[in-house]
Design a protein around this ligand. Structure first.
Ligand code: ATP
Length: 256
């Protein structure tokens, strides 16, 4: 069974079609990439998946659950986590605090228990700390543990954002331009972490990215969008050779 089933989704803003009949599925553990020129509708798909936008038509199921139009916190609790195009961390908090905030979707104790620091609250907090420490190791973030994240280099902040998404223990990660603004070394590092997440943690990932080299290296399948409509979907080799894709989008990259 598919983990994600995005079925004939339509979304428009005051007559502008952001998504005009998009369908795709993502299998558990798959790395599915979405590419397309600026304004093609990639971020809108993420916003529909995560519950920020409600589509006018179509249905989205996640893990067999109909999540169409559900509020973002419900969808997050069902196991969907995302990172953003621009870093959205709490700059004056430390790495550990930022990751603990990500983990908070999983803490189930009530306010009273937390105030009284009762058994369950304490046990959950200890488990949360342990799982956050695993993420710190996994992403090689130990040197930055106690520094306010706003003071850290951009590439490290993007990695922390990835860590915060992992702290939610998701089944599906939405990565929105994870290497935008990074230098070559930072990009290669991020590519390795994305592969590790997939191979060691077995998470499904939907990747939106303009870096074609990264997409073609990492993705199992790629969907190409143009003006809110998919042109084609398939393995990287299929997409790269598709004449309409070359014309609509890969023209410059293909010439590199
Ligand atoms: N909140 C909004 N209000 C009005 N129009 C919007 C809104 N969000 C997106 N759009 C429009 O929907 C279309 C698709 O935008 P979207 O941001 O999804 O594209 P994108 O492929 O992610 O682009 P980019 O690569 O530049 O991030 C664009 O025409 C955009 O202007």
């Amino acid at each position: 069974m598919s983990l994600v089933d995005f079925d004939d989704v339509h979304l428009s803003f005051a007559g502008v079609n952001a998504i005009a009949g998009v369908s795709f599925t993502v299998a558990p553990g798959e790395l599915f990439a979405i590419i397309g020129p600026n304004g093609a509708g990639k971020t809108s798909i993420f916003n529909v998946l995560s519950g920020a936008y409600r589509p006018q038509r179509g249905r989205v199921t996640f893990g067999g659950l109909d999540i169409t139009g559900r509020p973002p916190h419900r969808i997050a609790a069902a196991g969907l986590a995302r990172t953003f195009q621009n870093v959205e961390l709490f700059g004056n908090l430390t790495l550990l605090d930022n990751l603990m905030l990500g983990r908070h979707t999983h803490l189930r104790y009530g306010t009273l228990a937390a105030v009284a620091w009762l058994g369950r609250a304490r046990r959950e907090e200890v488990a949360a700390r342990a799982s956050v420490e695993e993420i710190v190791d996994f992403l090689d973030l130990a040197p930055y543990r106690r520094i306010p994240v706003g003071l850290l280099p951009y590439g490290v902040q993007k990695r922390i954002e990835l860590g915060r998404a992992l702290a939610m223990q998701p089944k599906l990660l939405l990565l929105d331009e994870p290497v935008a603004g990074m230098n070559l070394e930072e990009t290669a590092d991020m590519a390795r972490y994305i592969l590790d997440i997939r191979e060691e943690l077995g998470l499904a990932i939907i990747l939106v990215e303009h870096d074609m080299g990264l997409v073609m290296d990492l993705a199992d399948r790629v969907m190409v969008l143009n003006f809110g409509v998919p042109i084609t979907t398939g393995p990287p080799a299929h997409v790269q050779g598709h004449p309409e894709v070359v014309r609509a989008y890969l023209g410059e990259a293909a010439a590199v």
